[in-house]
Design a protein around this ligand. Sequence first.
Ligand code: RNT
Ligand code: ZN
Length: 426
Amino acid sequence: MSTRKSSPRSASAFTSASDAYSSLGVNVEAALTTLAATPISLHCWQGDDVGGFEKADATLSGGGIQATGNYPGKARTLAQLRQDLELVYKLLPGRHRLNLHAIYGDFAGKTVERDAIEPKHFASWIDWAQSLDLHGLDFNPSCFSHPLSADGTLSHPDKKIRQFWIDHCAASRRIGAHFGKKFGTRTVTNVWIPDGSKDTPFDRSGPRERLAASLEKVFAEKLNAKHHLDAVESKLFGIGAESYTVGSHEFYLGYALKRGDVAYCLDAGHFHPTESLADKISSVLQFTPALLLHVSRGVRWDSDHVVTLDDPTRAIFEELVRGDCLDRTAIGLDYFDASINRVAAWVIGTRSAQKALLAALLEPAALLRAAEQAGDHTTRLALFEEARTLPLGAVWDEFCRRHDTPAGLGFMDEIKSYEKTVLSRR
Ligand code: RNT
Ligand code: ZN
């Protein structure tokens, strides 16, 4: 199929879509304004299967996470990753962020130990991101793919190994704070560690006590909260850590609540498959000032599939809008699919997240709220079902047009030609 023939919905389709939404009390222009003002933090690790650039041909190892597939065109250098991202940002309406992992520093061929990383190793990323007018940069210590991470990091029984990772995480926070200052927007530095065990442990408490103590050292240095926010990410299990995860949901939620100045990170792949991430948002935000989301799509396990406009994703954004939580939530993506064109994976997943946000902003909220408050659950159900078939696509296409990005499937034309001229030659 040639994508060229599949033209987007027209401007007149937008006019009639607006009428359809207005008749249900929805302000389409207000929705488009909020959508434009909501940055998504794109995860740098989709472009090279979580390899990073510490050394040539670096690959993801350990950590219980996995990118599957070997579609041609993986970015093998920093320059290639940036080139790919330049196309990605061009194909996304709105202004967005980039989420860097520590292993993506510009180390210029030198070995820089993780506990010795500094803002200078990310200076070229700042220049590059500013030249693209990105909204800002976010950051993550990388506590995996390293000889000292094989048997745990911040919870490791060996004090020296723990200290190495404490120093790495502390150094990462300083880099995050530096980003925040440079961009004048708030950088989130998110700590995720893979610590856990394959088989049933005897002692579940010891590693958690050590993790809690390590985190206190990691967060000891006070950084400017205006430009920087710390986050901690929980997890249920990973490959090779099926029986026990030190940084579980209860552990980090408890930790974030106790501290009060650390955001909790909810990753959509990090819960039992029947749990709803969306339902957690309004609970967590009752008691924490801020939330970080890793929008992802787990299929049967924490598989990190590309985000789509599915019901669980829509529900996440509905919660953010209905609960008026957008201001207190940092929205990041977290998936890595190596089985399809990686640039397309970035673009499709981000656009789907944006569409989910748009759909949420276009809900007939006033009518739904009134029906619910009146106890009229019949009308509420009718409204939910009516909303599903409202012309979301026509509004999305208009948003793309206004932001000078291809509407409909137009972005695929550019990706296909990039694949032909750039990716397939790598
Ligand atoms: C792993 C976590 C974590 C990573 C990235 C690479 O299960 O989701 O966020 O995916 O940090
Ligand atoms: Zn995550």
